[in-house]
Design a protein around this ligand. Sequence first.
Ligand code: NAD
Length: 484
Amino acid sequence: MVSRVIPVEDFDLVIFGGTGDLARRKILPGLYRRYRSGQMPEGARIIGAARQDQDSAVYRKLIGAAIKEFVPEKYRDSKSIAGFLELISYIVIDAQGAGGWSDLKKLTRKDVVKAFYFSVAPSLFGDLAERLHTYKIADSQSRIVVEKPFGRDLASAKALNAVLAEHFDESQIYRIDHYLGKETVQNLMAVRFGNILFEPLWNSQYVDHIQITAAETVAVGSRGAYYDKSGAMRDMVQNHLMQLLCLIAMEPPNEFEPDAVRDEKLKVIRALDPVNSSDIVRGRYEANKDGPSYLEESGNPDSSTESFIAMKVNISNWRWKGTPIYLRTGKRLRARTSEIAVVFKDPPHSIFGKQEGRRGNVLAIRLQPNEGMTLRVTIKEPGPGGMRLMEVPLDMSFADALGADAEDTPDAYERLIMDVIRGNQTLFMRGDEVEAAWAWTDPIINEWQERGDMPKSYDSGSSGPEDALMLLHKDGRRWREIKE
Ligand code: NAD
């Protein structure tokens, strides 16, 4: 395939928290992959900044080892690893003190794009922003990248936004939601707005309902104590599932520009109805032979936190009134899969009489594994025996469409970091979007707390609690199977 990649300018990328788990697992391996595919300019420099007292040589070793651990063998080679490590240096920094800041000022260059990745706890965001300003390291063109969780409710999200806004304009702030960096998510926009076929049907007249599922097989494990303060609603629904919902439901923006897209997403969040408690099912997994229960892993016998949630959401606008959107996410489920399924209505009249087992058109957009899209259509069953109908998938897996290049398409983090350098905010959440999402989430969580609501148990390796199945059954619908 001919590459039509938008070039990236020279840059200084400072990764605060450069020795942390996220930097080692995602950020630096992602940058390496871009380097190896020739998409990093010669003038790129990466500076790890953290509190560990070590020099650049030791840091390069740490990052070399991380690349070997987290980049599959066929996508790495020692020559390019050595070349990449040459771009990297390290500086000891104290986010809350004076240590390291003057040196960082000397290390960063004036005439290149400067990006600062805050891969640290959100409680340090304010300290970093302030020091970047005080030591005159950041300028009006600099960008900062912040990670989830962006707050744990509306008040804390507002406080974080305010702290960042003291020193940076909204156009400089890149709030990462790695779901938005996935190839399929962007393809969703290409499919919706680049074709005439889908958009005329994309409304409550033709769409029966939409299902968004993000199922994990992993448990909370060693993150149990941390996760127990959060739960599936805060950890997954408020951010990732909400972003997917916005992209699937938004009106066509007038152009593919950051604020045009984000304005439309915001309108969706604002149009969400409050959710009835009878339309929410919360769950937590039980122990089985493969692992302990949620309660054991959380270390909190009185926990009321959910590791699973399913809910029915309604959007009050002309396009979607009457088409429910069902969201579902959880840990320790049957398979690891994320997908959006748009389930269309049946044709108004069947000229073929009643056909058993017909399930209608579904456009399934898979985010993982095997990113791709499938459109289920009805055809005639081949051969003699009368007009019998069957359903077949029109399948577009990226592996097939892109051939050998498919697996080498950038991972979400790679794409998002390069977008930061390019100055493209389309795939990043704007402050008002995050606040609107919390404004919708807060009353739901508060109500659980007031009611003392407890999650239902579910078997590890299942599809979640029985009641989650009932959520759709009572509407005459059913969930799509959770499978890889
Ligand atoms: P971590 O605990 O592994 O690393 C924290 C990093 O921050 C270390 O490099 C440490 O040196 C640095 N640090 C801490 N206090 C400091 C100080 N006072 N001054 C200078 N440096 C300091 O954390 P992590 O898992 O890498 O997560 C980083 C951020 O990313 C967090 O906000 C987390 O919520 C978010 N996040 C992490 C993941 C993940 O998979 N790890 C996923 C999504 C979001």
